[in-house]
Design a protein. Structure first.
Length: 120
């Protein structure tokens, strides 16, 4: 699958299709959105909010969660606010999120079954 994506990317660059997506690193709407990495939201969320490339800083993780004051989501928000001009933050959840029903012991067992040791 990765090779297929890289072939597509080479054609994308060769034909300069990226030009229609050019924007700056500063979000036009000055908003950061924290949301889930769920595949159902990739196109749905921007369409539902009327946002396009360059409008917002989109921060995605499993469950759209902030787990502690020093996690990567908070770091990303701090950069967005203090370096990139964000003035508002939206936290957007969704129905049927897989993180809601996650069981830590099941996850650990899945990791062990793939050869990850308890020390790691």
């Amino acid at each position: 699958m990765i090779e297929e994506m890289l072939r597509f990317n080479r054609r994308f660059v060769e034909t300069k299709e990226y030009e229609k997506y050019k924007t700056s690193k500063y979000p036009d709407k000055k908003i950061a959105i924290v949301t889930c990495m769920d595949t159902r939201l990739v196109e749905l969320l921007p369409a539902a909010l009327g946002i396009k490339n360059g409008d917002v800083k989109m921060i995605k993780n499993a469950g759209g969660t902030i787990t502690n004051p020093f996690d990567s989501t908070v770091r990303s928000l701090l950069v967005a606010i203090y370096e990139l001009g964000v003035t508002e933050v939206m936290i957007i959840g969704h129905t049927g999120c897989g993180v809601q029903g996650m069981n830590a012991n099941e996850m650990l067992n899945l990791m062990r079954s793939r050869g990850i040791s308890d020390e790691h």
